[in-house]
Structures are given as structure tokens and as C-alpha cells.
Design a protein around this ligand. Structure first.
Ligand code: BG6
Length: 484
């Protein structure tokens, strides 16, 4: 199936931190792919901005190297790369000083969409926002894109929101959570609100519990300094897993528009109960393939930071009262596997007697790899010999169902950057949402500090610490398998 590409309006996108890792690894490759599809119009421009004294040519050479490093050879024909790089410019700028701003102002074109991507440390958000206004680089409806981490607690997030709003309106601020740009995450909304089938069952009367797993095989190598100050709770739960939880738990918004969707997500976050210590399991991996432990990799032998976390969460509202949401995420686990499983209750009465076993419908939404949806339904085991029941999957892998090569499924950054240009904030976090998520997260982290809790060790390549399994076992449930 060939998807229809609608070109976006002409734009100038300035990337502060234009020589940084995110620009090289994600932003430029994403823009190149949108350029290839024709969605980025030919007069649109990308302007890298950073401190290095590069010329346009130096920067293009550096971005060419980035495309070569991060895209498969077959997917980047030389002619297309050359045409794309002609749209790439550079300005050497001092984020906290005066140099470069006049040059940037001279480059900006009125009459096209303007977007400024802050791919820099949060401490530079304020100085950049201030200078964009001071030097009149930003037009009235210019857009700001900011990356996570958006603060490290409620206080710092509030401060960041205030800083940005001193210079820009909330309607101009696009806070990225790249999970919201993933194909299947949006499919969650399509499945829930585009079908009659699921929504009537989507509540505490029919759902036994929900599991959200984001398992990674990578460790923290190379990002140790950042990660050790964050841990899985700040790095993954406060943002990515929280967003997934919101999309599952929220009430149907009246329209698929930014504020209607974000209002409903906010209500979910505000309905989350505080999480007592006994409903949390934290872990730290003890060795990886090279024999290195988390502690070796972060270079901090006393670190009490978790590389794994599992939580049991309650959403206190009419729809979800009494339904546990179990979340887990960790590094150096057995496999890379992200999925959401809605486990339905047992049928109220078995007409087949007790010896046919326990059969449950489970709806699984696979985020990665192999994006797709799977519904386990109970049928009769084929053949003679009486009524025996088995569970079989109704399985749909998007790649197969839609005839799309998995490579054709746009990367989250491609989708999100194009949404910025379109001026659509639906898949971006609003300031109050981020603050509410921190307000829920802060007391949990403060509790660990007060009690001096330490994470339990787990083997690299395992499914996490034993405590995580116990969290469900004690309630007669078990985690879904993480399959290598
Ligand atoms: C990032 C985290 O936001 O998401 C990383 O900082 C994590 O630690 C990554 O590895 C996971 O993203 P994805 O898209 O690979 O699941």
C-alpha cells in the first residue's frame, strides 16, 4: 500500500545544537527521509546552529557523514543526498552571547514557517528564547521544539516552562516525547476510538489488568553521566511509559485535536494514586557481555540509581478503580520488546466445567519490534475427544497487513518534525501535563532517598530482578514473557 504524502508548507528549521548527537543521529536523517518522499518542499531549509566556526560547506560535509552513518546505503542515493544538502545551511552562534545572531536574523525568511529546535542542554533554553526575541529572529507564530529531559523534578520543570513562556506562547511550544510519534502508539488511539469492538470492554468491569513493558537490550554505556543522575524512573517512566498509560486509560476525547487529547491525558495523570514502596521493584544490572556492570559503566561504585523499574499503579477514577496497571522498563534485558497488554477478565461462568483450564482474552499492542496487534481468543481444540479449549492468536503485523516494508513506517522523528511544521501539537506534551507527571514522580523518588533504598542486582540478559516477578506473583498474576 503506497501512502499518500501531502507536502508541508515551506519552512526554515533552525537546529540549535546542530552539530550534536541528536541532530546527526535523528533529526537530519528524519528530514532527509521526508525530503525523499517529497513532503519537505524543495525551497525549505535546514539551518544548523552551533558554536563551531563551520562554513556551510563544512557543515554539509559533516551532515553527509551523518547520513552515511545512520542510513542504509541503498536508502540514500548520492543524487538525493546532494539535492538535500543544498537545503542545509549553517550559522556559527553563541547561545549566551551576541555573536551570530545578526547572521541568523539575516537568514530567516518572512512568509515561511519558522521552527527552532532546541537540541541543547535545558540551561540554554532561556538564553536562546530570549535572544530569538531580542534579535527579532522569531516571527509571531514561530515554533519552538524542545527535547526531553524536560526538567528533573516538578520545580525544574516549572522553571523551564516559565522561562519558555516568558518569551513564547504555549501554543508555540512543542515538547517532544518521541514515543508519541511511534506508529503503534498512534494506533492505540485508532484501535480504541476507531472501532466499536473494544471501547465497551475498556473498563474495570471487563479488564483484569494492564501490562506495559519497554524492555531494552542496550546498557548505559556512553551516557553514564546523564543516566546515573536520572535512572529508569526519570528517563523512561515519567515520560514515555506515562504517555502510553495515558493513551490507554484516558476517556475518549471529543475530537482528535491537541487540547481535547491533552486534556484527557492530563486527567489520567491527575488520577494516579501515590505509589507505596511495596508496589515498586528496582534493579541494577550486574554484568554485561563485556563483563561490565552498571556501576562500572557509570563509574560510580556507590550508585543507587536503577537501570530497571517495575511498578504497580492505580488509576483512581470510575473507569479504572481496582484495575492494576503494571509498568516495567529496563536496560540490558533479554530482548528488545515494547508492548502493551490488556488482559481481560475470565468469563463469569464456564459452561464447559472446570477442567478446561483458564482462558483469557489478551489484546497486545506491539510497539517494537514487529509493530502490530494481537488478540488471543479461545476456541475449541480441533479434533475429537470432547470439548477442550485452547487460546489462539488473531495476529496482525502492520508490515504484512498493510503491505508496508517496515522501513516505510516513518520514524517517530519524521512524523513529529512534520507535525511541528504543520502546527499540530496533538502528539506533543503540554506544559501542565509534564508538570503533573513530575508531581506524581517526585514523591516516589524522594521516598527512595529518605529510606536509603537500593536497587536489587539482576543479570544482564535476564528479565530483571526477582522482586519484579514477585510484584505480580503475590497477586496471582505473571508478567508476559520477554522473548529473545
Ligand atoms: C530515550 C531514553 O528517551 O528513549 C533512552 O533516554 C532510551 O534511555 C530510549 O534508550 C528508548 O527509545 P526507543 O525508541 O529506542 O524505544
Amino acid at each position: 500500500m503506497v501512502s499518500r504524502v501531502i507536502p508541508v508548507d515551506e519552512f526554515d528549521l533552525v537546529i540549535f545544537g546542530g552539530t550534536g548527537d541528536l541532530a546527526r543521529r535523528k533529526i537530519l536523517p528524519a528530514l532527509f527521509r521526508r525530503f525523499q518522499t517529497g513532503q519537505m518542499t524543495k525551497d525549505s531549509r535546514i539551518i544548523g546552529a552551533a558554536r563551531s566556526g563551520y562554513s556551510n560547506e563544512d557543515y554539509r560535509a559533516e551532515m553527509k557523514a551523518a547520513l552515511e552513518e545512520f542510513l542504509e546505503k541503498e536508502s540514500r542515493p548520492a543524487r538525493e543526498v546532494k539535492a538535500f544538502l543544498e537545503r542545509v545551511h549553517y550559522v556559527s552562534i553563541d547561545a549566551t552571547g551576541k555573536s551570530g545572531w545578526k547572521e541568523l536574523k539575516a537568514l530567516m525568511r518572512p512568509g515561511v514557517v519558522q521552527a527552532f529546535y532546541f537540541s541543547v542542554a535545558p540551561s540554554l533554553f532561556g538564553p536562546l528564547a530570549e535572544r530569538l526575541q531580542e534579535w527579532k529572529c522569531a516571527l509571531k507564530d514561530a515554533r519552538l521544539v524542545v527535547e526531553k529531559p524536560f526538567g528533573r523534578d516538578l520545580e525544574t520543570a516549572r522553571q523551564l516552562n516559565k522561562t519558555l513562556r516568558d518569551y513564547f506562547d504555549e501554543s508555540q511550544i512543542y515538547r517532544i516525547d518521541h514515543y508519541l510519534g511511534k506508529e503503534t502508539v498512534q494506533n492505540l488511539m485508532a484501535v480504541r476510538f476507531g472501532n466499536m469492538l473494544f471501547e465497551p470492554l475498556w473498563n474495570s468491569q471487563h479488564v483484569d489488568h494492564v501490562q506495559i513493558t519497554v524492555a531494552e537490550t542496550v546498557g548505559v554505556n556512553g551516557r553514564g553521566a546523564y543516566y546515573d543522575k536520572s535512572g529508569a524512573m526519570r528517563d523512561m517512566v515519567q515520560n514515555h511509559l506515562m504517555q502510553l498509560l495515558c493513551l490507554i486509560a484516558m476517556e475518549p476525547p471529543s475530537r482528535f485535536d491537541p487540547d481535547a487529547v491533552r486534556d484527557e491525558k492530563l486527567k489520567v495523570i491527575r488520577a494516579l494514586d501515590p505509589v507505596p514502596a511495596e508496589n515498586i521493584a528496582r534493579g541494577q544490572y550486574v554484568s554485561d557481555d563485556a563483563g561490565e556492570s552498571y556501576l562500572d559503566q557509570v563509574g560510580n561504585p556507590d550508585s543507587a540509581t536503577e537501570s530497571f523499574i517495575a511498578l504497580k499503579i492505580q488509576v483512581s477514577n470510575w473507569r479504572w478503580a481496582g484495575v492494576p496497571f503494571y509498568l516495567r522498563t529496563g536496560k540490558k534485558l533479554k530482548a528488545r520488546q515494547s508492548e502493551i497488554a490488556i488482559v481481560f477478565k475470565d468469563a463469569p461462568h464456564s459452561i464447559f466445567g472446570q477442567d478446561v483450564g483458564r482462558h483469557r482474552n489478551i489484546l497486545t499492542i506491539r510497539l517494537q519490534p514487529n509493530e502490530g496487534i494481537n488478540l488471543r481468543v479461545t476456541i475449541k481444540e480441533p479434533g475429537p475427544g470432547g470439548m477442550r479449549l485452547v487460546d489462539v492468536p488473531l495476529d496482525m503485523t502492520f508490515k504484512e497487513a498493510l503491505g508496508a516494508e517496515s522501513d516505510d513506517i516513518a520514524d517517530a522523528y519524521e512524523r513529529l518534525i512534520m507535525d511541528v511544521i504543520r502546527g499540530n501539537q496533538t502528539l506533543f506534551m503540554r506544559g501542565d501535563e509534564v508538570e503533573a507527571a513530575w508531581a506524581w514522580t517526585d514523591p516516589i523518588i524522594a521516598g527512595w532517598k529518605e529510606r536509603g533504598d537500593r536497587p536489587s542486582p539482576y543479570d544482564s540478559g535476564s528479565t530483571g530482578p526477582e522482586d519484579a516477578a514477585i510484584l505480580l506473583h503475590r497477586e496471582g498474576r505473571k508478567w508476559r514473557e520477554i522473548r529473545a
